[in-house]
Write a protein that binds this ligand. Structure first.
Ligand code: HXC
Length: 525
């Protein structure tokens, strides 16, 4: 062979790759861009370090022949699968290519996704799935549904083994929504993405309701009302930034620990402002975010599901560089009481953190579960039970700070000693009991109170009795006398003590008796 002459097979390969990269063609790419959307490959370039990734299965095509599919087919079959590095760590990326048949999922398209997920699973690296698809490829009938079934199955197999992140960057309708729903985090792009089981047309036909795609399943709706989306982004670029940030807090798999990132914040720093943050009046709220942010490493709080169930706060943070999960009640919403949505929000997050070896720090200020028919009829009993289940099952280090109220079942549920917390810290402002002092006094001394005719006199007595109850039973010293609270500390010491406790607990091995062997428990989902 003459040196310097490139063989024609190699030139042919180059041409084939160029053609494959065009996906559904330049016209479709221009349409994609005109809608403010990037193409599959542009998205992967943003995801991976230096825009570099190894694409595989570029020449996979559909095997379908009906409805001219044999004439329409293009290499890649509407999805790009690849591996590459994100912040230096390997990640598998899957990006649907809307330019070919609307990114619809046929048999081979699905097979590519499944193979990519198998790579991620066998190598123990996170999978990032960039969704942009018209759903099941109509021309492929049940082969397409089979493909979806295989993807869902892989999502379940991978659950709790590798982090799975779904980004919704276009339509996501019908059963297709279930792959993202089975993954750990869903990020939606505002205005260009939506998720629903049935679209506005079917809703109109079936129920006579007029609703737009945005109202039915846009990013805002899922981030604030349904809780399906964990994050929203204003465009593709921002969505991918969120993916990267999220990955930076996570381990690559369930046998790994998250990367440690020292941000240079003194781990034993005292926080004097915490000594005056809890108001005298127990009914007055304060800013729980301020507590969280002043305790963790500066600027590291990364909130999850920020606009959903705002009576609870969840998110990742760092403490002395270590990733921690933060769970907190938010007294600014329903006084921090737990309802159905906040129960779902907390319990799912706790299970994620436990599955991926991330210690959980819980800040408690809750008067209990939200009462009333609305909550009861929708199953607050069933939903609230999930929090108890999740904390009880979690074997990662669990550190709990009781800031103010910790009443009744909610006290137990929110990472109490009784569910296996390793360290329960109470601030002197903590109130721990079956119920609030006034409600308790009304029950205990009901007859005595009823016998008093003068309302002012009755009120004064109630106050006095409530004070007596508070003094004897709700102050944290009572719980501490039983060992249910390990320490009562000055709030300013919270960061220093949590840091030391976390470091001490890093070698924690679960020693609690976990009951008889079983296949799996039956979580009250
Ligand atoms: C085959 C599809 C397709 C699909 C879109 N296309 N969805 N081809 N199967 N599911 C094709 C279109 O025919 C078109 O091809 C190209 O993709 C781009 O679509 P447009 O309609 O031009 O784009 P746009 O106007 O942006 O609308 C996008 C869309 C719309 C809203 C997604 O295409 C649509 O409603 N598609 C059907 C969605 C659907 O009903 N899917 C099945 C859902 S049920 P040409 O050749 O014209 O460029 C489901 C069940 C999953 O997915 C079950 C899992 C268990």
């Amino acid at each position: 062979m003459e040196s310097g002459v490139v063989r024609k097979e190699i030139l042919e390969l180059k041409q084939l790759i160029e053609k494959a990269k065009l996906g559904g063609g330049s016209e479709a790419i221009a349409k994609q861009h005109s809608q403010g959307k990037l193409t599959a490959r542009e998205r992967l370039e943003l995801l991976f370090d230096n825009g570099e990734y190894i694409e595989f299965d570029m020449f996979v095509t559909t095997r379908a022949t009906e409805f001219d599919m044999d004439k329409r087919k293009v290499p890649g079959d509407g999805v790009v699968t690849a591996f590459g590095r994100v912040d230096g760590r390997w990640v598998v990326g899957i990006a649907q290519d809307f330019t070919f048949m609307g990114g619809s999922v046929g048999e081979m398209h699905a097979a590519k996704i499944v193979k990519a997920m198998q790579y991620a699973l066998s190598t123990g690296v996170p999978v990032v799935f960039l969704n942009d698809s018209g759903g099941a490829r109509i021309q492929e009938g049940v082969d397409s549904l089979k493909g979806y079934g295989d993807i869902f199955y892989m999502n379940v197999v991978a659950s709790g083994v590798i982090p799975q992140i779904a980004v919704i960057m276009g339509p996501c309708a019908g059963g297709a929504v279930y792959s993202p729903a089975l993954m750990d985090f869903v990020i939606m792009v505002e205005k260009t993405s939506y998720m629903f089981i049935t679209g506005p047309k079917v809703v109109k036909a079936a129920l006579g309701e007029d609703v737009t795609e945005e109202e039915l399943g846009g990013a805002r709706v899922h981030a604030s009302r349904s809780g399906v989306a964990h994050f929203i982004a204003s465009n593709d670029r921002e969505a991918i930034e969120i993916v990267k940030k999220l990955l930076s807090y996570l381990p690559s798999n369930n046998m790994d620990i998250p990367p440690r990132v020292d941000v240079g914040d003194d781990p034993y720093r005292l926080v004097p402002e915490l000594d005056s943050i809890v108001p005298e009046d127990p009914k007055k709220p304060y800013d729980m975010y301020q507590i969280i942010e002043s305790v963790i490493d500066k600027g590291t709080f990364f909130e999850v599901q920020k606009d959903f169930a705002k009576n609870a706060i969840i998110g990742f943070a760092r403490l002395n560089g270590y990733t921690v999960c933060i769970v907190a009640n938010n007294p600014q919403y329903y006084m921090g009481a737990l309802d159905i949505d906040s129960s779902d929000k907390i319990s799912r997050f706790v299970r994620f953190c436990d599955a991926f070896n991330i210690p959980i720090i819980t800040f408690v200020d809750t008067p209990g579960f939200v009462p009333g028919t609305y909550q009861e009829h929708r199953g607050i009993i069933r939903h609230g039970a999930k929090i108890i289940y999740a904390y009880s099952e979690a074997v990662v280090p669990k550190l709990t700070v009781i800031v103010r109220k910790a009443y009744g079942g909610a006290y137990i549920a929110m990472g109490s000693k009784h569910l296996g917390a390793d360290l329960v810290i109470a601030w002197p402002t903590a109130e721990i009991a079956v119920m609030g002092p006034e409600a308790a006094a009304e029950v205990i001394w009901r007859k005595k109170l009823e016998s008093i005719q003068d309302p002012a006199e009755r009120e004064a007595l109630l106050k006095k009795l409530a004070e007596e109850y508070k003094e004897k039973l709700t102050k944290p010293y009572f719980a501490a006398s039983r060992g249910y609270v390990d320490m009562i500390i000055e709030p300013n010491q919270t960061r220093a003590i949590l840091t030391k406790a976390l470091e001490f607990l890093l070698t924690k091995r679960e020693i609690r008796v976990r009951g008889p062997p079983k296949k799996h428990g039956v979580m009250p989902v």
